[in-house]
Ligand binder design. Structure first.
Ligand SMILES: [Zn+2]
Length: 154
């Protein structure tokens, strides 16, 4: 199996739990037990109600491209093959999730493109881990979703 070198992940409070679920091939995000908001990115307390209780909820892994960009400057001193693509996925459950695309490049991107979760075997200074990435969901039997800001335009 090819292991991809990556810059160091954020570890510590909450993040360790996130990565432990990824190691089990599951994308889980903390849902506030007080107001039931999915709390992403990880914070010590819910940014909606201030509660500190969370339950880790498994997500469908389905979503749609909300934005993307291609980095052509080597910000990580050779830790990524250049250029590298970054996508913003609107998860089916609501949160926006920054990730890398798998099997597609900037040329194949479009707003609302259905994507599904996959895991990429990676390694950083802390050791091996599964990185959540997204690939085109050609089996999607639903209409492509539009970018959330477009829905605000009357
Ligand atoms: Zn809350």
């Amino acid at each position: 199996m090819v292991v991809h070198k990556r810059p160091d992940r954020t570890l510590g409070h909450g993040n360790d739990t996130f990565w432990a679920w990824c190691d089990r091939q599951e994308l889980r995000l903390p849902r506030c037990t007080g107001c039931h908001t999915l709390a992403w990115p990880i914070e010590a307390a819910c940014t909606t109600c201030g509660g500190e209780g969370f339950a880790w909820e498994r997500l469908s892994g389905r979503g749609a491209i909300a934005s993307w960009c291609t980095f052509e400057r080597d910000y990580y001193q050779g830790q990524f093959p250049m250029p590298w693509d970054c996508i913003l996925v609107e998860l089916e459950e609501g949160p926006l999730f920054i990730a890398n695309p798998a099997g597609m490049t900037g040329q194949g991107m479009r707003l609302g493109l259905p994507v599904r979760l996959a895991f990429l075997g990676c390694e950083d200074e802390a050791g091996p881990f599964n990185l959540p990435v997204f690939e085109t969901d050609e089996r999607a039997d639903r209409p492509a979703r539009s970018h959330p800001t477009e829905e605000l335009i009357p």
